[in-house]
Design a binder for this molecule. Structure first.
Ligand code: NAP
Length: 314
């Protein structure tokens, strides 16, 4: 749990005006106004930074630290964030987070994005009954009539599982559907699916040192009106290792960047094809830091090039 002293320091660093009552993460005037982006083809806007739940978040949930998970989810909402990306395969993450969201009422403030996959990665086939049962489990945990987004995880048996999601969307039980992959060997298949299927979203890995999405997938998403969830904006541990022991460049402050997390996230969300980046974290103070990337100025093309050059020079 964060101490009051840590909270004050973080909010000051993140530019948050403080609420009168201690111990809360609220800005004085309620949740921060964050930069938003439209879901293509809709009038629905989402804050450009959300929260992922594999990696360290899923470890926290797996340890049974419900207070810690609750603090992270509450920080997301109190900072003005909404998008929460999870999956049945992230250990205890989805179940623990969903129960907290249901019990606290946070479920009505979150844009809940989960996944389905009973086929494994790539070639396996999905038993439709098992896939349906997995989807129904997500509904049961969260206790909502409709889930915002369900995607086929890792392109597992897309004909069967996306077919099922289309039925759920038609029935109004799922608002948006999509597919995800972070495996380079699946990017070609992803393109084919983006051309052939009526997707609302894709979820793909995109980071300042992993920009292959800019070549074909992002232009295709823009052409086809498909929203993009940007996964692994820090490359999980890759970028943290890269900048270890290095200070931010002096010019970062000119772009309202106060931390390496904000540097990496501002790069990701300044690409126009990206709807929302979903960094994972197990710490409320990192949620505050990360959502700071959805405030202030975003880098333009010239600054984006400068950011890449700086990272490549380390
Ligand atoms: N195929 C798929 O569908 C797929 C694949 C990969 C990812 N995803 C989604 O995308 C999400 C993000 O990807 P990821 O979890 O692999 O990696 P990531 O978000 O790139 O990195 C997470 C790591 O960064 C650390 N971190 C977060 N904020 C920080 C901050 N402000 N300062 C310092 N460290 C910070 C976290 O540790 P702390 O806990 O210490 O903050 C954690 O170790 C996943 O959780 C998942 O929801 C989906």
């Amino acid at each position: 749990m964060m101490t009051r002293r840590e909270y004050l320091r973080l909010c000051a660093a993140a530019g948050v005006a403080l609420a009168a009552h201690p111990g809360r993460l609220l800005a004085a005037d309620g949740p921060r106004a964050l930069i938003t982006r439209m879901i293509p083809g809709t009038s629905e806007a989402l804050p450009v930074v959300g929260l992922g739940s594999s990696a360290s978040f899923s470890r926290l949930a797996g340890q049974g630290d419900t207070a810690g998970v609750r603090e992270v989810l509450e920080a997301l909402v109190e900072q003005g964030g909404t998008v929460f990306d999870t999956a049945p395969s992230y250990g205890a993450a989805e179940e623990v987070a969903a129960k907290i969201a249901r019990d606290t009422g946070l479920k009505d403030k979150l844009f809940w994005a989960t996944k389905v996959n009973v086929a494994g990665r790539g070639g396996g086939s999905a038993d439709p009954a098992a896939a349906r049962a997995q989807i129904e489990q997500s509904f049961d945990w969260l206790g909502k009539q409709a889930i915002d987004l369900i995607q086929v995880h890792n392109l597992g048996d897309v004909p069967t599982q996306l077919g099922l999601l289309k039925e759920y969307r038609k029935a109004g039980r799922v608002r948006y559907i999509g597919v995800t992959t972070t495996f380079p060997g699946q990017y070609g298949e992803l393109e084919r699916i983006m051309r052939d299927e009526p997707l609302d979203f894709i979820g793909v890995d995109y980071a300042i040192d992993h920009r292959v999405m800019e070549e074909r997938i992002f232009p295709l998403a823009e052409d086809r009106g498909i929203g993009v969830l940007a996964y692994q904006p820090f490359g999980r541990t890759r970028l943290w290792q890269k900048v270890e022991g290095h200070a931010l460049p002096d010019w970062a402050a000119e772009h309202d960047i106060a931390s390496w997390g904000q540097f990496f996230l501002k790069f990701v969300v300044s690409h126009p094809a990206v709807t929302v980046a979903t960094p994972a974290t197990s710490r409320a103070r990192h949620v505050i830091d990360n959502l700071g990337a959805a405030t202030g100025r975003l880098p333009d093309q010239a600054v984006r090039r400068r950011m890449i050059e700086y990272i490549e020079s380390l």
